[in-house]
Design a protein around this ligand. Structure first.
Ligand SMILES: Nc1nc2c(ncn2[C@@H]2O[C@H](COP(=O)(O)OP(=O)(O)OP(=O)(O)O)[C@@H](O)[C@H]2O)c(=O)[nH]1
Ligand SMILES: [Mg+2]
Ligand SMILES: [Zn+2]
Length: 356
C-alpha cells in the first residue's frame, strides 16, 4: 500500500508540533490499532509495530497520556526492521474518552484526531432519537463534527418521517439515510468521506458499523454478525481500528457502545440542546431545574407544544449526570491533594528526624 503522510491526515498543526522531534531524527507515524500495549502504526516506511518508550510508561499517571487509535506519535524505527519505539504523542485536534474500567472519574482516551463522526442508528427497532441526542452532546465536546446516519432503510416503511423526526433534534447536524447492504445504498455517505480526513463510527452493537466499512471498501474485511432477536451478547467488533479507505479518507471501526457514558462537559450538552438552553434563558430563575419552579419557560414551552417533553427529560438527565461526575471528580481531586500533602509532611518529618 502506498502510504504518504497527507493521505494519513498529516497537516500543518501536526507538522508544527513535530518539529522538535524531527530535529532529533524521529519519524511521524499514526496509530492504527493497539493490542495489550503493542501498537500498530502507519508511516511513510509502511506499517510498523511499536511499544512505548519507558519514559512515557513511567510518566503516565493517567491513561490519557498513552497513545490511542488515531494518535500521531514520534517514533524511532529500528534500522532494517519493522519495529519501532514510540517516544512522544503529539497534541490532539480532537479526542473521545470514556471512563477507565472500574473507575467513575478517570478518563481514558479511546480515539484521537477524528474529523467527522458518523452517529449510526438503525431504522429497525434500534431507532432511538434519545440515544442520538446523547451522542451529539458527547461529540460536540470532542472537537469532531457529527453526521447522523440512519441505516437499514430496507427495514423501514416510513423513512421520510423518521428523517423528519431526527432533523428536529439535529439542529445543523446533517442527517442521512442509507442501506449499508448495497453499494448504491451508501451513496449519501460518500460525500462526507474526504481525502486525508478521519471518520469514526459510533453506535450501538448491530446497527451496521462494520457493514458500512465492508461496503465502502468492497470486500468483507470486518466481521459482521446478525442481530439476535434478544439483542444481547453481541459485540462482534471487539477492537478499535483505523482503516485506510480506497476512496481516500480513513475510518475507525469501533465496538458497539452498550450505554454511552457522559464524558462531556456542560458546553457539549448546551450545544446539543441549544433549543432547550435558549428557552431556559427565559425562565424566571437562572438556576431553574425546569422541574418544579414557577415561571419556568421550558415547562411552558412543553405545554405549548414548542418543545418536546422527552427531549427536555433527556437534557435534564444528562445534566444531572454531568454534575454528578463533576462532584466525583472534585472529591477525587481533594483526596489526591490530601494524599500529596500527607506524603510531603511525612517526608519533612523524616528529614527533620535525621537532623536532630
Ligand atoms: N437489512 C439490513 N441489514 C443490515 C444493514 N446494515 C447492516 N445490516 C446487518 O446488521 C447486522 C449487524 O451489522 P454489523 O455491521 O455487524 O453491526 P456493528 O454495528 O458493527 O455491530 P458491533 O460490531 O457488534 O458493534 C449484520 O447482519 C449486517 O449484515 C442494512 O442496511 N440493512
Ligand atoms: Mg462491528
Ligand atoms: Zn425552567
Amino acid at each position: 500500500m502506498d502510504i504518504n503522510l497527507k493521505t494519513l491526515g498529516w497537516n500543518n498543526f501536526f507538522s508544527e508540533n513535530f518539529s522538535e522531534y524531527r530535529e532529533k531524527g524521529f519519524l511521524p507515524a499514526r496509530i492504527s490499532r493497539e493490542h495489550t500495549h503493542i501498537y500498530f502504526l502507519y508511516s511513510e516506511r509502511g506499517e510498523l509495530t511499536a511499544e512505548v518508550a519507558g519514559r512515557i510508561r513511567h510518566r503516565s499517571d493517567t491513561k490519557c497520556e498513552y497513545p490511542a487509535v488515531g494518535d500521531w506519535v514520534a517514533v524511532n524505527p529500528r534500522p532494517g526492521e519493522e519495529l519501532a519505539t514510540i517516544h512522544a504523542v503529539l497534541p490532539r485536534t480532537s479526542s473521545f474518552s470514556r471512563n477507565v474500567a472500574g473507575s467513575n472519574t478517570q478518563e481514558q482516551v479511546i480515539a484521537a484526531n477524528i474529523d467527522l463522526v458518523f452517529i449510526v442508528n438503525g431504522l429497525d427497532n434500534n431507532f432511538n432519537p434519545r440515544r442520538i441526542e446523547r451522542y451529539l452532546a458527547h461529540i460536540h465536546d470532542s472537537g469532531a463534527e457529527p453526521v447522523i446516519v440512519l441505516n437499514k432503510t430496507d427495514l423501514c416503511d416510513d423513512v421520510k418521517s423518521r428523517i423528519a423526526e431526527v432533523k428536529k433534534i439535529a439542529n445543523e447536524t446533517p442527517v442521512i439515510a442509507i442501506c449499508a447492504l448495497e453499494k448504491d445504498g451508501i451513496q449519501p455517505l460518500k460525500e462526507f468521506i474526504l481525502k486525508g480526513k478521519t471518520i469514526a463510527l459510533l453506535g450501538s452493537s448491530g446497527v451496521g458499523k462494520s457493514q458500512i466499512i465492508n461496503t465502502l471498501i468492497g470486500w468483507n474485511r470486518q466481521a459482521v454478525q446478525e442481530v439476535r432477536s434478544d439483542s444481547k451478547g453481541r459485540h462482534t467488533t471487539t477492537n478499535r481500528e483505523l482503516i485506510i479507505l480506497p476512496c481516500g479518507g480513513m475510518i475507525i471501526d469501533t465496538p458497539g457502545i452498550r450505554e454511552i457514558q457522559v464524558w462531556c462537559d456542560i458546553d457539549g450538552l448546551n450545544k446539543a440542546f441549544a433549543d432547550v438552553v435558549g428557552c431556559a434563558s427565559h425562565c424566571r430563575f437562572s438556576d431553574c431545574s425546569h422541574e418544579v419552579e414557577p415561571g419556568c419557560a421550558v415547562r411552558a414551552s412543553i405545554e405549548e407544544g414548542t418543545l418536546d417533553s422527552a427531549r427536555v427529560q433527556s437534557y435534564i438527565k444528562i445534566r444531572k449526570e454531568i454534575h454528578g461526575l463533576e462532584k466525583l471528580q472534585n472529591r477525587r481531586a481533594k483526596i489526591t491533594e490530601r494524599a500529596k500533602w500527607k506524603k510531603l509532611k511525612n517526608k519533612a518529618q523524616s528529614i527533620n528526624r535525621g537532623k536532630y
